[in-house]
Design a protein around this ligand. Structure first.
Ligand code: GFB
Length: 309
C-alpha cells in the first residue's frame, strides 16, 4: 500500500475500524476513506455500489458488522444474521466490481465448532456444530469467508480473511447488556468501587477460557496481512494464551482497585467452554502481538475513565 492509495475502512467508528484509522494515519496514509452509517447505509446495495463506483478504493478493510457479546448475540439473532449478510455481501461484491486491488474480510473466532480441538486450527472450520449463543453471527461470518474464497476462485478477486480472537481496547462498547465480557467487567468493577458495593456479579460459572487481543495489536496485524498475506486460506489472529473468566475478573478487580467480592450469576450462559486460537500460520508470516493483557486492560480502563465514565 502506497501512502496515497485510496483505502476504505468500512466500520471506522467501531472498535476495529477506529484502531485501523488511527494506525493508518500514524503510518502516513493520506487517502483514507470513511463513511458513517448516516452517510452510507451498507445494507443498501444500490448506495454501496454508487459509493464504490465513485471512489474506487484500491484497498478495503471490511470492519463493518453488527457485533456484540454473548447476550446480544442470543437476543438479536435476526439482526446478527441478516444485517451482517447484507452488509458483507454488498461490500464484497461492490469491491470486486469496482476494481479493488486487495480486500481484507474480518471474521471471528466464534466461527469454529463449539468443541473444536484446542488451540483451534483454521482447518477445524465446518467440522462440527457451532456454539448456539452465537451461531447466527458465526453463520454470517462463515458466509463472508466463503464469499471471499468464491470470488477469488471464480473471478481472481484478491481477498483474504482474518479471524481475530476476542478483542478489547479503546473505543469498545461498555454497555452492560450488549457488550463483551472485558469492557463489561471494567464498567462493573468501576461502578462497584464508586458505589462501595459489597460484590460484583460476573455472568456464568467463571470457568470458560478466553483469549484477549488488544485492538491496536489487531490493527497492526491487519496492516501486516494486507501487505504480506495472499491466500484463500483464512488466518487466525490471536496472542496464543488464554485465561478463565474468573482470572480475568480478578485481574480487572486488581487493576481497578476494588476490594469487594466476586460472585457468579450462573443463570447467565457460559457460551463455548474454550476459545484459544492456534496462531502457527500467523507466526509463520513473522507477526506477533506485543501488548500484554495487564497493560492493555490498564490503558483501556484509562480510556474508559476519560471517555465513558
Ligand atoms: O465476551 P462474551 O460476551 O462473548 O462472553 P463470547 C465471554 C464469557 O464471559 C462468557 C462471561 O462465558 C460470559 O458468560 N461473562 C461474565 C460476561 N460476565 C460477563 C458480562 O458482564 N458480560 C459479558 N458479555 N460476558 C462472543 C460472541 O462470544 O465472542 C461474539 O458472542 C464474538 O459473537 C466474540 O464472536 C468474539 O466470547 O462468549
Amino acid at each position: 500500500m502506497n501512502s496515497t492509495d485510496t483505502i476504505f475502512v468500512a466500520g471506522h467508528r467501531g472498535l476495529v475500524g477506529s484502531a485501523l484509522v488511527r494506525l493508518l494515519n500514524e503510518r502516513g496514509h493520506t487517502n483514507i476513506l470513511t463513511r458513517s452509517r448516516g452517510e452510507l447505509d451498507l445494507t443498501n446495495q444500490h448506495d454501496v455500489n454508487s459509493f464504490f463506483s465513485e471512489h474506487k478504493p484500491a484497498y478495503v478493510f471490511m470492519a463493518a458488522a453488527k457485533v456484540g457479546g454473548i447476550l446480544a448475540n442470543n437476543t438479536y439473532p435476526a439482526d446478527f444474521l441478516g444485517k451482517n449478510l447484507a452488509i458483507q455481501t454488498n461490500v464484497i461484491d461492490a469491491a470486486y466490481r469496482h476494481g479493488t486491488r486487495k480486500f481484507l474480510f474480518l471474521g471471528s473466532s466464534c466461527i469454529y465448532p463449539k468443541f473444536a480441538e484446542q488451540p483451534i486450527r483454521e482447518s477445524s472450520l465446518l467440522t462440527a456444530p457451532l456454539e448456539p449463543t452465537n451461531e447466527w453471527y458465526a453463520i454470517a461470518k462463515i458466509a463472508g469467508i466463503k464469499m471471499c474464497q468464491a470470488y477469488r476462485k471464480q473471478y481472481g478477486f484478491n481477498s483474504i480473511s482474518a479471524m481475530p480472537t476476542n478483542l478489547y481496547g479503546p473505543g469498545d462498547n461498555f454497555d452492560l447488556q450488549d457488550s463483551h465480557v472485558l469492557p463489561a467487567l471494567i464498567r462493573k468493577f468501576h461502578m462497584a468501587k464508586q458505589r462501595g458495593d459489597a460484590f460484583v456479579l460476573v455472568w456464568g460459572t467463571g470457568t470458560p477460557r478466553r483469549e484477549f487481543l488488544h485492538v491496536d495489536d489487531l490493527a497492526d496485524a491487519l496492516l501486516y496481512l494486507m501487505e504480506h498475506y495472499d491466500s484463500e486460506e483464512i488466518i487466525n489472529v490471536g496472542v496464543g494464551e488464554d485465561i478463565t473468566i474468573r482470572e480475568l475478573a480478578e485481574l480487572i478487580r486488581e487493576i481497578i482497585g476494588y476490594e469487594g467480592e466476586i460472585r457468579f450469576d450462573t443463570s447467565k450462559p457460559d457460551g463455548t467452554p474454550r476459545k484459544l486460537l492456534d496462531i502457527s500460520r500467523l507466526s509463520e508470516t513473522g507477526w506477533r502481538a506485543s501488548i500484554a493483557l495487564r497493560d492493555g486492560i490498564r490503558s483501556t480502563y484509562d480510556w474508559y475513565l476519560d471517555n465513558v465514565a
